[in-house]
Design a protein around this ligand. Structure first.
Ligand code: ZN
Length: 132
């Protein structure tokens, strides 16, 4: 089963928790055991799994990466968003989660995030559920 989603970011750098949509897709698929792949269809956005208990973690990651890879750093790319491309490749366009008992097997503090590095924009991602 493949399901596509659209989300809108509201600022340039934003972590959007998409865990509920993954849980929903797995539930709707009826798959009890397998894997789910979560993939974003953009070159300036990424998908990652990290802490959701303290929102400061996502803020710190964004702030630190902005220091490491500033928006303006003499890049050649005419669109002016090379920093977003670099950050997206560092995080990667997809993650895979294990499905156990019809739900994503995530650690206590883990959530699945779509990270927009070049918002605000409308972003599309897909969840592919595969039974084992
Ligand atoms: Zn670009």
């Amino acid at each position: 089963m493949l399901k596509k989603f659209t989300v809108k970011s509201t600022r340039r750098s934003e972590f959007i928790d998409i865990t509920a949509s993954v849980e929903e897709t797995i539930r709707a698929s009826g798959v009890k055991n397998g894997i789910a792949v979560i993939h974003v269809f953009h070159t300036s956005a990424a998908v990652t799994i990290n802490e959701n208990a303290d929102p400061d973690v996502a803020t710190d990651m964004g702030t630190f990466l902005e220091k490491l890879i500033p928006h303006e750093a003499g890049f050649r790319h005419a669109e002016g968003n090379s920093d977003a491309h670099i950050k997206s490749s560092l995080f990667g366009p997809s993650v895979t989660v294990i499905i156990e008992d019809g739900a994503p097997s995530l650690g206590t503090w883990q959530a699945i995030y779509l990270v927009d590095w070049d918002g605000p924009r409308t972003r599309q991602y897909a969840v592919k559920v595969i039974a084992d």
